[in-house]
Design a protein around this ligand. Structure first.
Ligand SMILES: Nc1ncnc2c1ncn2[C@@H]1O[C@H](COP(=O)(O)OP(=O)(O)OP(=O)(O)O)[C@@H](O)[C@H]1O
Ligand SMILES: [Mg+2]
Length: 588
């Protein structure tokens, strides 16, 4: 509870005023029936019109005060709970932003979205309900019981029989309802994950004609949710008839015994009307309490899920960094016996004892079969993951000693699975450098060979991109991503298979432009095509997480068998495709 104090504190007045204003409703509710009884017992019995009017005016005034209190109470309760939820949501979002890649791997996106939206809204709604009812329901209960006893103690004993019976019934309902709501929330999670995945990957699904499969998956989640909800709400639905039954039976008993008392002359008629109203109020307040309890079981389930996010330990921080002020200035990279595995228990190493040095300004090619660990290797440099053993040094400082901000500012990376955001091309490129003017943006685009095709669009740099960059081709998207990374003017530039969709001639031009515009930047280029890395200062050949060969093209051709194999297979393929001309051009 203590950790939620900070979300309450700024809105403490609203948190207090809300419930207090609701008490005016209680006072009104308790007063009105007895005023009514007075009108019947005294005013009507004596045909005293001024008395009736006087009481009537008091009743109207009470109702007005009740209304003002009710509206104010509702307003402050809403204000308190909505502000609470907004602050909480902000914190959860901030936390998710801090997540390391491996933290993200443990939650599904759908689940995070549910937690940020549905779960927090759930908490907000229950909080609002609690603020409105936490004083009102018990207040009404106590007030009505007291008034009933003051009015007619012998008749009021009926209440004492009904309350424990009803309390028992409510307790049973809640006991059964609690776990059911828990399950329901989990099903919402699954449904959201399914929807999220199906919507973000709608293109893949369509191209594989997996629509009906996805539909089935959705239907299954949806059915599951429906059943879980019905299962949970069946209990809630049960509550209404139980209450109504209790209310009717009690009213009947009151009328029966009250009627006898009236006939015996020991009770005025007006008291009976008031009395039945008090009975209804007692039962209503019990029902409200039951509802709050039941709803709060849902909120508790949601809070637990929110806490899971808030309490996730970020396994990659720069809190212990020794050189927080250091910045990447030269771009020297050194791997010292680096080992890494994604799953820390008993799985095979994805990187195994990797060592190499890259001098500032050099171009390094990284090549190797798919799954050999190329992406994993370069992700160690901007600390997207941390090494298990060994060290990664940038400018002779361990990457763990930099502040994450400085380190990642110094390292530009075009990820293998890269995305653009909705917005104009210009806005997207300025992601790399917010302050970059149009001229700088165009310069970067030219270096990435993107300028020509961007200018060919009618809106040029103002062209709106769809979500994820859907309205540009794969190769165009890659070039825009490169331009975006170039704008960061990084000391180290990593291209992870970033020109795979670009034709060889354009790719060659990109490499050439790097030679002039990025002379001092250290460049790491992962590629499938040997032609993409052939003229690098250093080529690393990876095989199953180990370095199978290292050196220049000529050295590897004479000494590294895996490299020769890749070269020969690609040359053969090129020959078969009749594209040898292309390769020669690049070689020349
Ligand atoms: N986030 C992850 N969680 C668990 N395992 C992973 C993760 N990313 C990659 N792996 C595994 O690590 C190994 C190396 O993957 P990596 O992405 O580094 O290969 P790669 O050389 O870049 O392949 P490609 O050429 O296909 O891009 C693979 O066996 C892969 O299954
Ligand atoms: Mg990869």
């Amino acid at each position: 509870m203590k950790k939620y104090w900070k979300y309450v504190k700024p809105y403490l007045p609203a948190f207090i005023i809300g419930p207090i204003l609701m008490i005016t409703e209680v006072i009104g509710e308790v007063l009105l029936p007895s005023l009514m009884a007075d009108i019947i017992n005294i005013g009507a019995a004596n045909q005293d019109v001024p008395y009736i009017i006087g009481r009537g005016i008091i009743m109207v005034l009470t109702a007005v005060v009740m209304m003002i209190g009710g509206v104010g109470g509702a307003y402050f309760s809403a204000k308190a709970s909505i502000s609470f939820a907004a602050d909480l949501r902000e914190d959860v979002f901030k936390k998710v932003q801090q997540f390391s890649f491996s933290n993200i791997d443990t939650f599904s996106t759908g689940s995070l979205v549910t937690r940020l939206t549905n779960d927090i809204t759930q908490v907000q709604n229950v909080l609002m309900m609690m603020l409105r009812l936490m004083l009102r329901a018990p207040g009404m209960l106590i007030g009505a019981v007291i008034m009933a006893f003051v009015m007619n103690a012998s008749l009021a004993t009926i209440i004492l029989i009904v309350i424990p019976l009803l309390g028992l019934a409510i307790a049973c309902v809640i006991r059964v309802g609690f776990p059911r709501f828990d399950t329901m929330q989990k099903k919402i999670d699954r449904l959201n994950s399914t929807v999220q995945e199906a919507l973000t990957n709608v293109r893949v699904i369509k191209s594989f004609v997996r629509g009906s499969y996805e539909e089935e998956r959705f239907q299954e989640s949806n059915r599951d949710l429906k059943e879980a909800s019905l299962h949970a709400f069946r209990v809630v639905i049960l509550m209404m008839p139980i209450m109504m039954l209790a209310m009717n039976v009690t009213t009947l008993a009151v009328v029966w015994f009250g009627g006898k008392q009236i006939l015996a002359g020991s009770m005025p008629v007006g008291d009976l009307t008031a009395f039945t109203t008090y009975i209804v109020q007692v039962l209503m307040s019990l029902m409200m309490l039951a509802m709050v309890l039941l709803q709060s079981s849902r909120a508790v389930a949601s809070l637990k899920r929110i806490n899971e996010v808030l309490h996730t330990e970020i396994d990659l921080t720069d809190e212990k960094a020794a050189r927080k002020d250091a910045e990447v200035t030269n771009g020297k990279i050194e791997f010292k016996n680096v080992s890494f595995r994604y799953y820390k228990n008993n799985h095979e190493k994805v990187l195994d004892d990797i060592s190499f040095v890259v001098e500032p300004g050099q171009t390094v090619g990284i090549i190797g079969s798919t799954g050999s660990g190329k992406t994993t290797l370069v992700q160690m440099i901007p600390r997207l993951y941390d090494v298990d053993d060994g060290q990664v040094l940038v400018d002779d400082i361990d990457v763990r000693d930099y502040s994450l901000k400085h380190l990642r500012n110094g390292v530009g990376m075009v990820l293998q699975k890269n995305v653009l955001f909705s917005g104009t091309i210009l806005e997207n490129l300025q992601w790399g450098d917010e302050e970059a003017g149009e001229e700088q943006v165009m310069e970067a685009a030219r270096a990435a060979q993107a300028d020509d095709f961007v200018k060919s669009f009618t809106d040029g740099y103002e062209t709106e991109l769809g979500q994820g960059g859907v309205n540009v081709s794969g190769g165009q998207k890659q070039r825009l991503c490169i331009a975006r990374a170039l704008l960061k003017k990084p000391k180290i530039l990593i291209l992870d298979d970033s020109t795979s969709a670009v034709d060889t001639a354009t790719e060659k031009r990109i490499r050439e432009s790097f030679g002039t515009t990025l002379k001092d930047t250290t460049k790491l280029i992962i590629a499938q095509r040997i032609t993409s890395v052939m003229d690098s200062d250093l080529i690393l050949v990876l095989e199953e997480g180990r370095i199978a060969g290292m050196g220049k093209h000529e050295d590897l051709m004479s000494a590294c068998i895996p490299y020769q194999e890749i070269y020969n297979s690609q040359m053969e393929a090129a020959k078969e495709a009749g594209a040898l001309q292309n390769v020669k051009e690049v070689q020349a």
